[in-house]
Design a protein around this ligand. Structure first.
Ligand code: EZ4
Ligand code: CO
Length: 411
C-alpha cells in the first residue's frame, strides 16, 4: 500500500453492497471508516446489476479493507491498473462506486459539500432537460408544453413511429418512464425510413407550439448508420435542435466524421462509454459537441473529471446521462460535478419515483429549469436501509430492437 502523505487518515473498516428495487433496481456500495463516517456510491448497471455486485463483493471489497479512504486517486489507479483487465462497464461501474463513496467520505470529514472539494461552484444551478414522449406528434407536443409550464428550459422529444407498435424511449406514462421493463427482454420492431420521416415533423410541430427559446433535444438511441444520421441532422437543422444524441453506435469513433460532414446539428454521445479511451478521438478531432459519460458508468468523479478536462481543451461540453437507472446517489455526485466544472453543458434529469426518493433521501431540488445541490457535507444523499430491504431485486432488461424482417440490427 502506498505511504500516507499526511496525518489525516481514515481507515476503511468494512464495505457492503445494498441491492434494492423500489420500482426499479439499484446497486449501492456503502464504505465504513474508523472516523465514524461512511460513504455511498452508485453501482447500478441497468439489466446487468448482479455482475457488478459480484465484482464488488468478490473482488474489490477485500482489497479495500484497511486502506486509507483519503487516498482517492491512488485507490482509483490501484483498482484500474492493478486489476490487469482494464475498462468495460462492469469494472468501471464498480470502480465508480468506490470513487463516489470515497469522495463522500472526504467531504463528510472535511465538513464540506463535494463541489467545494472539486474547486467550488462555477454556476448558480445546473440546467436540466426533461423527457417529453408520446405515441403521436400531438401528444408529445402536449407533454412538452406541460414541461415548459413546470419551468423546464430544455426538453427531449421522442414520439412513436407510425406503423410500429412500440418505440424505445416512448412510454405510456406522461411524466415517468422506465425503459427496463421485463423479466426477459421485450422485442421492439424498427423501421428506419418511417422514423426518419416522423422526427423532423415532430420538431416542426414542437418549434411552432413551444416557441424559439426552449432547447429541444432528441435521442436516436444508436439506431442510424452515419450517413442516415447526417441526413436526419440536416433535416432537423431548420428547427435548431440543442443536440442529436447517440446518432450511431460509437465503437468506431471515426464514423462521426461522416455525420459531421453533413450537418451542423450539434452531436452528443457517450452514455455507454466507460473511459476517456472511448471518446478520445471523438473529442480531440472535435467530432462531437457534448460528451454524455456519467459518474457511475465512467469510473466515478475522479475519471469523469479527467474526461471533462480533456474535453474542455477541445471546446466540448458535458451533458451527463441522467436516466432513472442512475440512482439519486449518482445524481447527487453528478450535480456536484456539474456545478464545479468550467465546460458544463446540460444535465439529463428523468425524475425518480416517490418510492425511490424515500429509499434515497437527498438534498437536491428542481427550480426554474435547474437542479440545485444543497450544502450537506459530502454527496448529500443517504440510503434508508430498512426501506431498501423491503424491495428485493427483480430481474429486468432493456428491450431488444429488430428490423421488421427480424434482423437484430446494431449497425
Ligand atoms: O436508454 O438509461 O438518454 N437516455 C437514455 C436512457 C437509456 C437508459 C439505459 O439504461 O438513453 O433512457
Ligand atoms: Co440516451
Amino acid at each position: 500500500m502506498a505511504n500516507t502523505p499526511s496525518s489525516t487518515h481514515a481507515k476503511i473498516l468494512s464495505a457492503k453492497v445494498i441491492v434494492t428495487c423500489p420500482g426499479r433496481n439499484f446497486v449501492t456500495l456503502k464504505i465504513e471508516t474508523d472516523q465514524g463516517v461512511y460513504g455511498l456510491g452508485d453501482a447500478t448497471l441497468n439489466g446487468r446489476e448482479l455482475s457488478v455486485v459480484s465484482y464488488l463483493e468478490d473482488h474489490v471489497i477485500p482489497c479495500l479493507i484497511g486502506r486509507d479512504a483519503h487516498q482517492i486517486e491512488d485507490i482509483w489507479q490501484y483498482l484500474y491498473r492493478g486489476a490487469y483487465w482494464r475498462r468495460g462497464p462492469v469494472t468501471m461501474s464498480a470502480i465508480a462506486a468506490v470513487d463516489m463513496a470515497l469522495w463522500d467520505i472526504k467531504g463528510k470529514i472535511a465538513g464540506l459539500p463535494l463541489y467545494q472539494l472539486l474547486g467550488g461552484a462555477c454556476r448558480t444551478g445546473v440546467m436540466v432537460y426533461g423527457h417529453a414522449n408520446g405515441t403521436t406528434i400531438e401528444n408529445t407536443v402536449e407533454v412538452a408544453q406541460s414541461y415548459q409550464a413546470l419551468g423546464y428550459k430544455a426538453i427531449r422529444l421522442q414520439c412513436g413511429v407510425p406503423g410500429l407498435s412500440s418505440t424505445y424511449g416512448v412510454s405510456k406514462d406522461k411524466m415517468f418512464y422506465e425503459p427496463a421493463d421485463a423479466d426477459l427482454p421485450t422485442e421492439n420492431e424498427w423501421n428506419t425510413e418511417a422514423y426518419m420521416r416522423v422526427v423532423p415533423k415532430l420538431f416542426k410541430a414542437a418549434r411552432e407550439a413551444l416557441g424559439d427559446e426552449v432547447h429541444l433535444l432528441h435521442d436516436v438511441h444508436h439506431r442510424l448508420t452515419p450517413i442516415e444520421a447526417g441526413r436526419l441532422g440536416r433535416d432537423l437543422e431548420p428547427y435548431r435542435p440543442f443536440w442529436m444524441e447517440d446518432a450511431t453506435p460509437a465503437e468506431n469513433q471515426e464514423s462521426f466524421k461522416l455525420i459531421r460532414q453533413h450537418t451542423t446539428t450539434p452531436l452528443a454521445v457517450g452514455e455507454i462509454f466507460n473511459t476517456l479511451w472511448d471518446c478520445k478521438d471523438l473529442i480531440s478531432n472535435q467530432l462531437i459537441d457534448y460528451i454524455r459519460a456519467t459518474v457511475v458508468h465512467a469510473g466515478g468523479i475522479t475519471h469523469l473529471k479527467r474526461i471533462a478536462s480533456f474535453a474542455d481543451v477541445y471546446g466540448v461540453k458535458t451533458g451527463c446521462h441522467g436516466a432513472t437507472d442512475l440512482s439519486p446517489v449518482c445524481m447527487s455526485a453528478a450535480l456536484h460535478f456539474d456545478v464545479s466544472i468550467p465546460n458544463f453543458g446540460i444535465q439529463e434529469y428523468m425524475r425518480h419515483t416517490e418510492l425511490t426518493d424515500e429509499v434515497f433521501p437527498h438534498n437536491y431540488s428542481f427550480k426554474a429549469g435547474s437542479l440545485h445541490i444543497g450544502e450537506a457535507p459530502g454527496l448529500g444523499v443517504d440510503i434508508d436501509e430498512e426501506k431498501a430491504a423491503k424491495y428485493p431485486y427483480q430481474r429486468a432488461y432493456l428491450p431488444v430492437n429488430r428490423l421488421q424482417d427480424g434482423t437484430l440490427f446494431n449497425w
